[in-house]
Design a protein around this ligand. Structure first.
Ligand SMILES: Cc1cc2nc3c(=O)[nH]c(=O)nc-3n(C[C@H](O)[C@H](O)[C@H](O)COP(=O)(O)OP(=O)(O)OC[C@H]3O[C@@H](n4cnc5c(N)ncnc54)[C@H](O)[C@@H]3O)c2cc1C
Length: 547
């Protein structure tokens, strides 16, 4: 059970400063190594120039460096499968954990292209929409559709942008006015009720979420609308995608630094957990032996946890098992390969960090590792495709894995509201990304671990920052999931006065516009011309809609 949720729980409960030796932790993992890094792959680059760099003496590395691109670093390219990304907006608790652990964190070149597959499985060039990063200053960049920068280059641009901005504005408003939790129903209901265009829903919204969730079109549309709105509100366009450039094995090592080798039982699948009423203890059974513990924290995927809990015989365990049964999973295939012919657009100018192609049901995403991580152009291309919809040349495959991925539905969200009532009864706890509100991602792993540690009286060994999960509160009465969307589970920022906010906001907008115009080398007449064509196109689109 050494995904990020299990590892973080083990770290918090074994930390000498905060847990004070109160817990003697043992980790069980069915895989031969940490579950979180089980898909690690070392790919020798093999190009002459990198080989030369490798033989040169290396500079000593610092723990919290933010450069992912130095050539010497990637001679033995370590790539995580799946390559997981995160960002400031949606992952405040994860980021504080990584910073506390001094794990290297680096921005990636997160641009993407979206396209539709033809019946024969080829990317239809007429459907390609691409995005690019516009760097305004050293620290401020925006991810924009290429069409916004070159408006003539892509179809449906104005409709896509109009609806994208509309959803972002609606999401930000609902979040700022603390009404997000009142939005009920699925994304499908929401986009229909609010008249979002098919172009936006089918060509932009669904494919991007399908990538984030490794999901089909229907699974995306069946997600709770408020989860998607919350995601939209917290991932503004200026947000930079981040990764751990040295691979998440470093995270696993640091999270288990207080455990001895005998406390990490790799390759041992837990076959059963049995509650002993007379001693109020649990027996944990593997193929090797049976051990007895006072407390059990299950950090397995919820569907496996449900099975283990259902048979354990503890009071309330069946209630917990039936709640967990609401979390459905699907297998997700991840292939690391070099087959550029099958999964990339034929025109290299359409290739981006993430290449997303969909048919009417499913979405395939290919991470172009070189483009995403900004590797030197002379290195051989390495690709990571999730849910391939086209055959990949077997000779080009470097590794292939299948992972379970949880589905977020309104039913699963309702079930999650019951989990806090059952957590810890008779010493039985559950953690994992779906055991925390919102889209089940790495933030949920850390949030759920912090919650369970808090229930056991253990606080975080780092300074808690605004935005992070507030932690377990025994006096909290309102439903957990509603409280999350209402913003009540996040540590509050001290609010600036409203007039200060207005001045800061308008100065920032004016400064950004001025820098953009200056950077682009535009003259006043260029600006006037561009504004005029934008207004004309917008008016045409609005008139067409009325007509
Ligand atoms: C393709 C893909 C891409 C993703 N991309 C991102 C991303 O970019 N950003 C992001 O934030 N999230 C991403 N995610 C989601 C993220 O990876 C998960 O939310 C997270 O890893 C879940 O962690 P967990 O600890 O809850 O569970 P898991 O990682 O599933 O850990 C459960 C562990 O339990 C072990 N186990 C299972 N059964 C037993 C047993 N009987 N006995 C002992 N051990 C057992 C498993 O081997 C595993 O190690 C992605 C997921 C996938 C599949």
């Amino acid at each position: 059970m050494t995904g990020l949720a299990g590892l973080t729980t083990a770290y918090l409960l074994s930390h000498p400063d905060t847990a004070n030796g109160r817990f003697d932790v043992t980790l069980y993992e069915s895989a031969p190594t940490y579950g979180m890094s089980a898909g690690d792959l070392e790919v020798p680059c093999g190009c002459q120039r990198c080989a030369a760099t490798a033989s040169a003496p290396k500079k000593p590395s610092t723990p919290a460096t933010t450069t992912a691109t130095a050539a010497a670093d990637h001679v033995q390219e370590r790539i995580d499968s799946p390559l997981r990304l995160f960002s400031e907006g949606y992952y405040p608790t994860l980021l504080q954990l990584y910073r506390h652990l001094q794990v290297p964190i680096a921005p990636v070149n997160f641009t993407f292209s979206l396209s539709t597959l033809t019946d024969k499985g080829a990317i239809d060039p007429a459907t390609i929409v691409t995005t690019d990063i516009v760097r305004l200053t050293a620290s401020l960049s925006l991810l924009l559709p290429t069409a916004l920068i070159r408006p003539w280059s892509q179809r449906n641009m104005f409709i896509l942008m109009r609806d994208k901005l509309r959803m972002s504005r609606a999401a930000a408003h609902l979040r700022a006015t603390r009404q997000l939790h009142t939005v009920r129903g699925t994304l499908r209901d929401y986009v229909a009720q609010h008249g979002y265009s098919r172009a936006y829903v089918d060509d932009l919204l669904v494919p991007t979420l399908a990538v984030a969730m490794s999901a089909t079109r229907d699974q995306v549309l069946d997600m709770p609308a408020r989860a998607v709105l919350d995601w939209n509100a917290r991932i503004p366009v200026r947000n930079t995608a981040l990764t751990v450039p040295c691979g998440v094995a470093a995270v696993c090592e640091r999270l288990t630094q207080f455990l001895g080798a005998e406390q990490k039982r790799f390759g041992e699948s837990v076959r059963g957990v049995r509650y002993r009423r007379e001693s109020a203890t649990y027996e944990v059974e593997t193929a090797r032996d049976t051990q007895t513990y006072d407390l059990v924290v299950l950090a397995t995927p919820a569907e496996i946890t449900a099975r283990l809990v259902a048979d354990c015989g503890a009071p309330h365990a069946n209630d917990l098992a039936s709640v967990l049964a609401h979390f459905g999973y699907d297998p997700v295939k991840v292939v690391v390969h070099t087959d550029t012919q099958s999964v990339l657009p034929a025109d290299a100018s359409h290739v981006r960090g993430v290449v997303v192609s969909s048919n009417s049901i499913e979405t395939m995403a290919t991470i172009h590792v070189n483009a995403l991580r900004g590797l030197p152009t002379h290195c051989p291309v390495l690709l990571q495709t999730t849910n391939p919809l086209v055959p990949i040349d077997p000779k080009s495959v470097r590794g292939e894995w299948t992972f379970p991925r949880v589905r977020l539905t309104p039913a699963a969200e309702s079930a999650l509201d019951v989990v806090p009532k059952l957590q810890g009864l008779n010493g039985l706890f559950v953690v994992g990304s779906p055991m925390y509100p919102g889209i089940p991602l790495l933030e949920g792993c850390v949030g759920s671990a912090v919650d369970v540690a808090g229930r056991l009286g253990v606080q975080r060994p780092w300074e808690v920052k605004p935005g992070e999960y507030v932690g377990f509160d025994p006096d909290r009465k309102e439903p957990w999931v509603d409280a999350f969307y209402a913003g009540d589970l996040a540590v509050k920022e001290p609010a600036p006065r409203s007039w200060v906010r207005a001045v800061v906001r308008s100065s920032a907008v004016a400064a950004v516009a001025a820098i953009a115009v200056h950077r682009a080398g535009w003259t006043a007449s260029d600006v006037a011309e561009w504004t005029e064509s934008l207004v004309a196109a917008w008016t045409t689109a609005v008139m067409a809609r009325w007509a």
